[in-house]
Design a protein around this ligand. Sequence first.
Ligand SMILES: [Fe+2]
Length: 439
Amino acid sequence: MLRRSFIRGATNKFEEQYASTGSSVKGGIGRSKTSLQVSLIGSRAGALAEVLAPFAQHNVNLRNVTNRRQSYESKSKYQTMYLDVDAHLEDAVMKDHIMPALNHLSHAVNIIGSWKIPWYPTEPGHLDLLDQNTLSAGEDLVDDPENPHPGFHDEQYKARRKLIAQSAKAFRHGDKIPYMDYTEQEKQTWTAVWDKLLKLFPTHACKQFNNALPLFLENAGFCRTELPQLQTVSEFLKDATGFTVRPVAGLLSSRDFFNALAFRIFFSTQYIRHHSQPLYTPEPDLVHEIVGHVPMLADPQYADFCQTIGFASLGASDEMIEELGRCFWYSVEFGLCKQPGGVRAYGAGLLSSAGELDYCLSGKPQHLPWDPFVASKMPFPITKYQPVYFVAEDFDDAQAKLEKWIDVQDRPFTVEYNKYSGKVETFPKTAVSLLVDQK
Ligand SMILES: [Fe+2]
């Protein structure tokens, strides 16, 4: 089965519309941060007040002010201060007033860093703010001449998709997911894919997937002849790992999709692919989400891995989102892992595509050890099978290497998750700690 991108890069035309905020939330306000090291000659009364004065005068907030520790016995003629400023170096007030004033007072102003931090949600309800009109493959199907959409000329299918997309758009955090009354034709499409995939799972899917699938058959409405209902699936998943499912109209930007993972929320489409090609879909559909992703999310280690990607995406730069997208692609979508019986698939793009599931373990494509430093730089084809798959030693290995990669990213804040409230808090790194990080 060929398929187009299940996730979207950070620089596609849909996101360019909102590139100024780096978020698909209309009017979502990000924040800016600049960290400075300022050296003053002498330790005299009033020197600190002189440094702080321009900030008050031009209404620029200082988030942290720290002095370098100095002993009474010190003979140094310099006094060093570290300032964390709620503004960006490119802001007019910084360029025209603050920096000239600091340069006048100090013989050495060292810029440790300056960042524009895009808006990000800090609680699950904020996902209601996402503008789903920016989506591709939502209400209006997109036809790519190089990769034609099988349902593009089927008015009945398009009307059905529109109806399902509108239902997803109306969903608000805390709502019950609306019941979807699937047609006989949709059920036949589901069964056609189901039959192909289930034959391969015992030999090709990882044990975490094969352990979870029967539980979904017993408890979450999975079966050969009926499409599962998202509400039932979400309730079962919540009991397993705290993950829940939220309906979405179509393909989300990678930033928005990853942001939801931080709250252990998985965005899922509710429609199914076109009946004319049951083994092909140009965009994620219910088969991809529910058969490919959801059973894996019942595994605690894998669920944590996905949430880690979510944390990393909050307030990340567009460049980092793009690299994180490649890490996600080569793991959550197309990842392989070593198991006692040999290499097996855990990526949803594989577990929802009989053709590629068979191909990925056929010995034809290249297998590389899972390494986010390599994966994050490696572009991927979106209309053909992957030439390269990354193989993790196990989920501990996948997690440890991902965390190592995240640790070295240029981010001026840390994220903490409160599992009781389900909210995140972000704390700015001080200029001093950023300097330590750079060493
Ligand atoms: Fe996916």
